[in-house]
Design a protein around this ligand. Sequence first.
Ligand SMILES: Nc1ncnc2c1ncn2[C@@H]1O[C@H](COP(=O)(O)OP(=O)(O)O)[C@@H](O)[C@H]1O
Ligand SMILES: [Mg+2]
Length: 317
Amino acid sequence: MSDRTPAIVVEDLVKVYKEKSSSPVRALDGLSLRVNAGEVFGLLGPNGAGKTTLLRILTTLTRPTSGHVEVLGYDLIDHGLEIRRKICVVLQENSVELFLSVWDNLLTYARFHSIPTHERKERARRVIEQFGLDDVANQKLIDLSGGLKRRVQVAKVFMVEKPLVFLDEATTGMDPINKRATLDAIREQSRLGRTIFLTTHILHEAEELCDSIAIVNRGRCVARGDLNQIKALVERVFDISITFDSISDSLLNDLQCLPLIKFTRNKNTVEMSVKGEEFASLELLSTIAKGATVQHIEVTSATLEDVFVSLLGGSRQ
Ligand SMILES: Nc1ncnc2c1ncn2[C@@H]1O[C@H](COP(=O)(O)OP(=O)(O)O)[C@@H](O)[C@H]1O
Ligand SMILES: [Mg+2]
């Protein structure tokens, strides 16, 4: 594979789950995307969007119904074994040896992957340092918090130097400290030249970690690009928060008539997202605001959250 070969190519991928007792579920509905070698790629989407299904197909764990997939230049159907040799994966569910220490979990994983004995300890030291696990290295997994266990699970796969790493909701449920350490370590790993494919439903994670993002919804890719391109899709979305002295029924009515992407009210404060190209709505808003007593107004520009809401409309769960 040359440097220019994409790490992953997916074309028109369909996955239909057929359960005997219930109607078929079309988890992937003609999804296409491309992941460049060496990037941190984030697959972002609400629950049930098809993220895990795609990850399981790419890692050869689930067979697609139709479509074309290449991983590291290999066709998925013809060369599943070659692909397996070059990837590692952290699935959504935990798999660690609870009665072994962190240190022994790492060594066992390396042994399982035929890493020579003399290299195992050296790598374990490095991974423990990178993932900030020094203080708990000798503790058994059963004695660690859920967040730390998950951190060990993610750390473990970096004992083996594979060019492509898949992480399914790696930091879901982690407290901020574990999350920070894990995200930093993943970023560090990508600097070493690996391609990282991660799924998340947490926007700011994708925002801070990923070079490139695809947003999926109902088994389809609804947007893709680097962070700036994705943001540019709704570049002119503004989050506006206004606190009034009081909100009369007619003021509330006027506000709710605006073409807003999002509208929430908490006592005398309203929060809304407005598309900037709809100047009319911004103008209207300032007219409405002038007619009432405004205590505080705050305007911020687009975040990925806005992009998400704007692209997925009301379908977000
Ligand atoms: N093994 C399965 N059998 C039947 N339906 C499934 C199975 N796995 C996932 N699904 C369904 O496929 C859809 C996508 O699920 P999933 O890929 O897990 O989404 P995500 O990871 O984005 O939450 C959901 O409607 C889910 O209920
Ligand atoms: Mg999932």
